[in-house]
Design a protein. Structure first.
Length: 116
C-alpha cells in the first residue's frame, strides 16, 4: 500500500491552481474545471473544487514537503512571493526543523529539513 494523492478542497480553482503551480514550479499533471493534480515525487497533490457547499476555511490536512536546507530557503522565498504567510517558524529549532505556511486560500503546508 502507498499514498497516491493528498488533496485540498479549494473555493477558487483558478487561484489555487495558479498559487501551487508558482510555488511548485511545475504544471499540473492533470487539470479540469473541478480537479487539479500535481505530481510531487511519488505522491500527488490534488486540488478539489468545493462546489458542493461544504463550509470550510482552509483545511486540517497539512502536506509536509522535505528539503535540504538551501533548497528549502529557495522554496520558502518563492512561496512567500506567491502570497503564502508564515504561521510557525521553527527552522532554527533543533526539535522542529520546519516552517508552517498558509496559502492564500487558507491551507497550511509545512516545509522541513526533517532528515537533513
Amino acid at each position: 500500500m502507498k499514498i497516491r494523492t493528498v488533496y485540498l478542497k479549494v473555493g477558487n480553482m483558478g487561484e489555487a491552481a495558479s498559487f501551487w503551480q508558482q510555488v511548485l514550479e511545475r504544471a499540473p499533471h492533470r487539470q479540469s474545471e473541478k480537479w487539479t493534480e500535481f505530481a510531487v515525487g511519488e505522491v500527488r497533490l490534488g486540488l478539489l473544487l468545493n462546489d458542493f457547499g461544504d463550509p470550510f476555511d482552509g483545511s486540517s490536512a497539512v502536506p509536509v514537503f522535505e528539503f535540504e536546507k538551501t533548497a528549502l530557503l529557495t522554496f520558502l522565498d518563492r512561496a512567500k512571493a506567491s502570497g503564502a504567510m508564515v504561521v510557525v517558524d521553527g527552522l532554527d529549532d533543533e526539535n522542529m526543523k520546519s516552517i508552517v505556511l498558509r496559502s492564500p486560500d487558507g491551507h497550511e503546508f509545512e516545509l522541513c529539513t526533517c532528515h537533513a
